[in-house]
Design a protein around this ligand. Structure first.
Ligand SMILES: Cc1cc2nc3c(=O)[nH]c(=O)nc-3n(C[C@H](O)[C@H](O)[C@H](O)COP(=O)(O)O)c2cc1C
Length: 191
């Protein structure tokens, strides 16, 4: 099993990365291969809505890192998608990545994959994350991607604040057991 993190925060060692790395470390000790991709370091162009991807040739015309990122998505079983709340939405780095799924969309890409969503923010009101969470819930629903867990980390502003919140660190670790428990149940059902 492979778990890959797509970190949408441009702030290295920030709250998003810390929570995501906690999940990946826990997964690694449960036998997963893991990898982290920093979207801020990737070359990902804006979707131009040219619809070339919808022609019979079906290929996105933008020549950038997206093809190799999609390859990594294909090769992984679980995707950890992390973005802090920026102005009630996701970061631009995360949004441009998600927009480009349009050009690589296929049922196969999302079938049997699971995602864990990580959303840190300064505010302490759950509602402030509602657009980000709703965007992912509806998008995952649309593409047939199972959103297995959602971690909204409230009240974290400065780099590393989340380390002072043991309940959030625990929630991150526990998200892995949710995935592995689900996998075991699925195997039992199949047998
Ligand atoms: C440009 C920008 C916009 C932000 N907008 C919000 C916001 O709308 N609501 C909120 O609660 N926090 C907001 N924040 C705070 C971040 O969500 C918070 O600092 C988060 O912990 C950052 O995650 P990171 O450490 O991974 O960078 C904003 C921060 C920045 C830099």
């Amino acid at each position: 099993m492979k778990m890959i993190g797509f970190c949408g925060s441009p702030r290295r060692k920030g709250n998003t990365e810390i929570l995501m790395q906690t999940i990946l470390d826990e997964a690694e000790s449960n036998g997963f291969d893991t990898e982290m991709v920093y979207l801020a370091d990737a070359d990902i162009g804006f979707c131009k809505a040219c619809d070339a991807c919808h022609l019979p040739s079906g290929k996105c015309i933008i020549d950038d890192d997206m093809e190799s990122l999609v390859q990594k998505m294909k090769e992984s079983d679980v995707w950890v998608l992390g973005t802090p709340v920026y102005w009630w939405g996701p970061t631009a780095q995360m949004k441009v990545f998600i927009d480009r799924w349009y050009g690589f969309y296929s049922e196969e890409l999302f079938k049997n994959k699971k995602a864990i969503l990580v959303v840190p923010m300064e505010d302490s009101e759950e509602k402030t994350a509602s657009h980000v969470v709703g965007m992912f819930q509806d998008s995952c629903d649309y593409v047939g991607l199972e959103l297995a867990d959602i971690i909204v980390a409230k009240g974290v502003r400065n780099k590393g604040d989340v380390k002072e919140k043991p309940e959030l660190m625990k929630q991150a670790k526990d998200s892995v057991s949710k995935i592995t428990a689900q996998a075991k149940t699925t195997m039992k059902t199949k047998n």
